[in-house]
Design a protein around this ligand. Structure first.
Ligand SMILES: Nc1nc2c(ncn2[C@@H]2O[C@H](COP(=O)(O)OP(=O)(O)OP(=O)(O)O)[C@@H](O)[C@H]2O)c(=O)[nH]1
Ligand SMILES: [Zn+2]
Length: 352
């Protein structure tokens, strides 16, 4: 295979590494116990070397998507990962500080992406435009160690783009702010400065803001699946699989992992309440405190829709966001539990 490892930001092998027989690689996908790694032999499968990662005294950090690693290459099967490189930036999903032992904590740390240069904070300019939410994403992005870039999407759907740009620029000190439309192509050229070979980009933003559409527009090919009509329970969209770290034709790398997507909904609930404060204010006026706003008499939501004070589309949009967020938060909690027990049982098995 002819893989140009330097396109992935992998440094050429130094003499010490060469004499040890190890080769460098970069993690492109993480599955349960298996990793996909790109190296001079192409895209290969690998596992963690247990003596290094699972022994009682192990303090080697588990690799995640984007990590640089050293490998014992095996042409006949899975290679072994023996070292995780230093990280210049990272996002982690959760803090397990409640679990006591430092050992367990390091094992359970949930890194979702590493070694990216830019965090594209994505927010749409249509009806759920929310400056406070962008501000929170900005805080997370600065903490990751990479450079945030704010990308306001769906400019074709807004009539006040310049006012919105101004509002965001006021809170976005130190970060560039762009308004784009993946539909018309407007503004995409302005992102070129960030789309340089060997740079790695991650995306932070709520579901549906247009992350996949942007990546496809930049790549000029279908890299990621764009959400179509949503299924009732929205499950289908979250099981879509694709590469987690992708090298585009323009030699820019993008990282998109399920964990990154969960970060995007991290605090969506408070964002929903802020955006729909007028809707939630109606709940207090319903006759019954536990009104479901479906068929109860004296429902302020129903009345407002009848007299035109509340737009029916806006109400549907609110319900949809609430439902999605509930699903994602439940799913995140579920995955965390499952992962935790899975990892502990792996450790226990190997210790025996
Ligand atoms: N009008 C308009 N619609 C857009 C634009 N970008 C994306 N969309 C639409 O918005 C919807 C969501 O787009 P996606 O690209 O799937 O959004 P995403 O952020 O990847 O969504 P998830 O996969 O759910 O996280 C789709 O119906 C797109 O066609 C845009 O610039 N203008
Ligand atoms: Zn009601």
């Amino acid at each position: 295979m002819n893989t140009n490892v330097e396109d992935y930001g992998i440094s050429p092998i130094d003499e010490t590494t060469a004499s040890s027989g190890l080769i460098p690689g970069r993690i492109t996908a993480v599955h349960r116990e298996r990793y996909e790694v790109v190296c001079q032999h192409g895209e290969i499968g690998a596992r963690l070397k247990s003596g290094i990662y699972f022994s009682g005294t192990a303090d080697e950090r588990f690799p995640t998507v984007g990590d640089y690693v050293l490998l014992q290459y095996n042409s006949g099967g899975d290679s072994l990962i023996v070292k995780t490189g230093e990280r210049k930036s990272s996002f982690s999903r959760s803090d397990y500080s409640g679990h006591g032992a430092a050992y367990a904590k390091s094992i359970l740390e949930q890194l979702v992406a590493a070694n990216f240069d830019y965090v594209f904070i994505m927010a749409s300019l249509n009806y759920d435009f929310n400056v406070k939410r962008i501000e929170r994403y900005l805080t997370m992005a600065w903490q990751s160690g990479a450079q945030p870039v704010i990308v306001l999407t769906k400019a074709d759907l807004s009539h006040q783009v310049s006012e919105q740009l101004q509002q965001v620029r006021e809170i976005a000190i130190g970060a560039d702010v762009f308004a784009i439309s993946s539909k018309t192509g407007d503004g995409l050229d302005e992102l070129k400065g960030y789309l340089q070979p060997r740079k790695t980009i991650v995306f932070l933003g709520s579901s549906g803001v247009g992350k996949s559409s942007l990546v496809n527009a930049l790549a000029e090919e279908e890299i990621m699946k764009v959400s179509g009509i949503r299924e009732e329970d929205s499950k289908g969209r979250h099981t879509t699989t694709h590469r987690q770290l992708t090298l585009l034709n323009n030699r820019v790398m993008v990282i998109d992992t399920p964990g990154m997507r969960e970060l995007g909904l991290w605090d969506a609930d408070s964002g929903i309440s802020e955006t729909f404060s007028d809707v939630e204010a109606l709940f207090q006026q319903c006759k019954f405190a536990d009104c479901t706003h479906e068929r109860e008499p004296g429902c302020a939501v129903k009345q407002s829709m009848q007299n035109g004070a509340l737009n029916e589309d806006r109400w549907q949009r609110y319900l949809q966001l609430k439902k999605e967020n509930l699903f994602v938060t439940n799913k995140a909690a579920y995955l965390r539990e499952k992962d935790k027990w899975h990892k502990l049982s792996v450790i226990n098995k190997r210790r025996k």
